[in-house]
Ligand binder design. Sequence first.
Ligand code: B12
Length: 487
Amino acid sequence: MTGMDEVGRLFNNNELIVAEVLQSAEVMKASVAHLEPFMEKKADDNGKRKILLATVKGDVHDIGKNLVEIILGNNGFKIVNLGIKVTSQELIEAVRKENPDAIGLSGLLVKSAQQMVLTAQDLRQQEISIPILVGGAALTRKFTDTKIAAEYEGLVLYAKDAMNGLELANRLAKPEERVRLTDEIAEARAKKEAVRLPERKPILERVIDENAKSDVRRDGPIFTPSDLDVHILRDYKLSHLEPYINMQMLLGRHLGIQGKVSRLLEEKDERTVELKEKVDEFLVKAKQNQVIQAHGMYQFFPAQADGNDIVIYDPKDKTTEIERFSFPRQTHKPFLCLADYIRPVSSGEIDYVGFLAVTAGHGVRELAEQAKRDGDYLYSHLIQAAALEIAEGFAERVHQQMRDRLGMPDSADMTMEDRFSAKYQGVRVSFGYPACPNLEDQEKLFSLLKPEKIGISLTEGFMMEPEASVTAMVFAHPEGRYFNVLA
Ligand code: B12
């Protein structure tokens, strides 16, 4: 079996493991190099197989786009990777220069999906109509069909993951399949159009009951932090973060193991154990060579609730308003709003909220790029995936320290599993997630905490650079929990 056949087999296998594909792509490197002249020729001859890949303006998401690059690149497509934060202008220039057969657009956030609509408009204005493949965590088929495709002359295809992207790209490359694909898409969209349900009203347009109130207790004890100083945790030891890495996310979501990772490890499932060993090897290497640099910070602020707002006061005098967050309230029972977790202004008592920012992403992009150039695809993906999950683990760790400072430490028998399931007192929410969906609030958090001090910056799309970064707001309220204001 040739390397190419081997990858083909894995792609056709429903039980596919991302890591296996990447390893097999490594095995293939030699044969691909051998085939390259042929592929280039094919690309130049009929111009069918060149794809421009870009993460849209304002977005630094790299890992998803890179997976697509590796997988398509090892399947005979010539990929021109334009990188992250690519503006329409840069894309248009690249289309003119490279004359590709398709464009692949990636983005992590809802804002990036909206940016794809603008990008499609800009391309159309320049009379570009080659097919566009779009993908990203916050993107949906519906948004693609109703919003992005509506602004473009050519085909716009939604890829739910990299394998699906490959399948679509393969179909686009075959003229008769391309016609069939175009027909299928048109038919599916027409069908949906015919049975279209009335659109749900956006959250702000829904009728809001002014008197809606949750039952959250407003007069319980106040948890006062030990200080209101800025705490900076530079070069945090990876060995201290290791227990906080969620292996279900790393091995499951990022490396493609299906099922409960802890159970599979207990049962000594061969593939899971093998991959876990690879992760462990990576972590040993990362600790020795400081491959991952983890920096974090947190601070508590005096605060009060004013209706659905949370007012933040200057830590020095606890009376001067320095920031104000407005949070949406659920339009259905139990009518929760984050402001309910803080003492109201009317109580006359000062309460507290905390903010944190962490990153584990410095230098990761460069290392992943290098590994990709060396043909070490699994390592390239692993370093990015590990950095993302280390950042999330670091947020968990910092949150635990903050609970200690609030005088409400976890019980001695709390397991990491319990922490991942948020079975501690209080709640940690991140802007952009369902209880506080307004990503623009990142700007306010940045003005309060100044995560630039640990090397995190905010893009025009309100995304943090480096990619492996997390921010959060921390509440001590015993009833604090996750909820969704959009549902
Ligand atoms: C893991 C995760 C994280 C990780 C890693 C993020 C990352 N870069 O992947 C960490 C912890 C770092 C993180 C951070 C944040 N996150 Co987050 N995260 C997720 C989660 C749970 C999964 C994302 C994931 O699978 N990533 C792995 C990559 C490989 O997957 P992917 O990008 O989807 O790419 C695949 C496909 O989409 C497709 N694809 C992608 N691009 C392309 C392009 C082409 C051409 C093709 C063919 C295919 C394709 O192929 C890829 C491989 O199969 C999602 C929710 C979800 N269920 O999707 C939320 C989610 C993306 N996060 C969200 C948010 C809000 C954040 C933060 C802003 C929170 C915060 N305040 O800190 C930050 C932003 C980070 C930053 N740098 O600014 C929101 C975004 C919503 C919004 N309002 O925009 C989501 C949707 C959760 C939610 N339901 O609200 N997050």
